[in-house]
Write a protein that binds this ligand. Sequence first.
Ligand SMILES: [Zn+2]
Length: 199
Amino acid sequence: MVYYPEPIAKLIESFSKLPGIGQKSATRMAFHVIGMEDQDVNEFAANLLSAKRDLSFCSVCGNLTEADPCDICSDEGRDKSTILVVEESKDVLAMEKIREYRGLYHVLHGTISPMNGISPDEINVKSLITRLMDSSVQEVIIATNATSDGEATAMYLARMIKPAGIKVTRLARGLAVGSDIEYADEVTLSKAVENRMEI
Ligand SMILES: [Zn+2]
């Protein structure tokens, strides 16, 4: 067991809290930071703080934003009759990259997971239902990932929404089972939207 001076031990601990970063990578990163220029380290620290301080979740759609409502919700040019439902804010970015979808979004911040005991109350579902009650939405496109939790969430949402007379569709199966929207290439993603199917 190697004992590092406390400041670096703490830095390693911080890095190791990031997703996919084990002890070894965290140690490498920590030593890399120590070797960085002061200016770069200051900027890095400032960026971390600013990302946390200056961003919040849009009170309408749940997307990460600096302004509330977010730029997409407050864009008069967007098609307000369609809401595309995604698991995470990064999925909104993936969809925006293909530049074809012009409707609105709703970010769930997770999925319903019977296996892990995550109920609909623990994700951003209630505000979606509220949104649908007092708006002119005609279609909800469910773009949760093609995982079992993503499917369970899609089925749950369809059951909740369809009785209101709103069309519910799901992205086409161009996306491989188990795959994440954020990693889909732009052609696949735009085909998946184009060939979406009613559920
Ligand atoms: Zn928004």
